[in-house]
Design a protein around this ligand. Structure first.
Ligand SMILES: [Zn+2]
Ligand SMILES: [Zn+2]
Length: 187
C-alpha cells in the first residue's frame, strides 16, 4: 500500500481514526500511543491532546519531502544541504579573494570561480536553487572580476613595457637617424 498523501511512496502505518495508509513523514504520534494521519493529527492537536507532528521524527530525511507534507513554520536563517553550502563557501572564497594577500592571489579566485561553477551546475539539486544560483554566480563574478583585474594589470604592465621600449628605442636612436622614423624627403 502507498501513502495516501504521497502516492509514490510506500506506507509504513495506517491512521487509527480513518485507516488511511501513511508514509513515515506523514505519521503523527499521540502520547497515548495512537498513530495518526496529518489530518487527524491536527484535529487531535486542536482538541488539546498531546500529539507529535512528523517533523520531530523526520530529521535526516530529505527536508523537501518533509516540507511538502508539513510546511515549516519556524524560519531558520540558513537551511540547506551540501549544494547550498558549496555555494556559500564559494562566495566567501570569492569575496575573500578580493581582499586576499598577494601571495596566493592566483589560487583563491580560481578556486572560488570553480566552486561557484560547480555549485551553479548543481543548483537544481539544492534546497533553494534560486539562492544557490545567486550565491554561485556571485562567487563566479567575484572570482572572475579578480582574475580580470589581475590579468588586466599584467596586460597594462606589458603595454607600459612595450611603450617604454619603443619610446626608448626612438630616443636612443636619436644620434643615428633611421630612415624608418625620419624619412628623407625625395626630390
Ligand atoms: Zn486519519
Ligand atoms: Zn506521506
Amino acid at each position: 500500500m502507498n501513502c495516501h498523501f504521497h502516492p509514490e511512496r510506500l506506507s509504513v502505518e495506517t491512521c487509527e481514526v480513518c485507516r488511511r495508509p501513511m508514509c513515515g513523514e506523514c505519521l503523527w504520534y499521540a502520547d497515548s500511543g495512537e498513530r495518526l494521519c496529518p489530518v487527524h493529527g491536527e484535529v487531535w492537536q486542536a482538541q488539546g491532546k498531546a500529539v507529535y507532528p512528523p517533523q520531530r521524527y523526520a530529521e535526516g530525511i530529505a527536508f523537501s519531502q518533509v516540507s511538502a507534507a508539513n510546511p515549516p513554520k519556524p524560519h531558520v536563517p540558513y537551511q540547506g544541504n551540501s549544494n547550498d553550502m558549496m555555494a556559500l563557501v564559494a562566495i566567501v572564497l570569492g569575496l575573500s579573494s578580493l581582499l586576499a594577500c598577494w601571495g596566493l592571489w592566483y589560487l583563491l579566485p580560481l578556486v572560488a570561480f570553480l566552486l561557484g561553477l560547480v555549485a551553479w551546475l548543481h543548483a537544481r539539486d539544492a534546497l533553494n536553487p534560486k539562492r544557490t544560483r545567486w550565491l554561485a554566480s556571485g562567487a563566479m563574478a567575484a572570482g572572475g572580476l579578480f582574475l580580470l583585474i589581475t590579468f588586466g594589470f599584467i596586460l597594462m604592465c606589458m603595454m607600459c613595457y612595450i611603450v617604454t621600449l619603443t619610446t626608448s628605442t626612438r630616443s636612443g636612436g636619436f644620434g643615428t637617424p633611421t630612415p624608418f622614423f625620419f624619412p628623407t624627403p625625395t626630390p
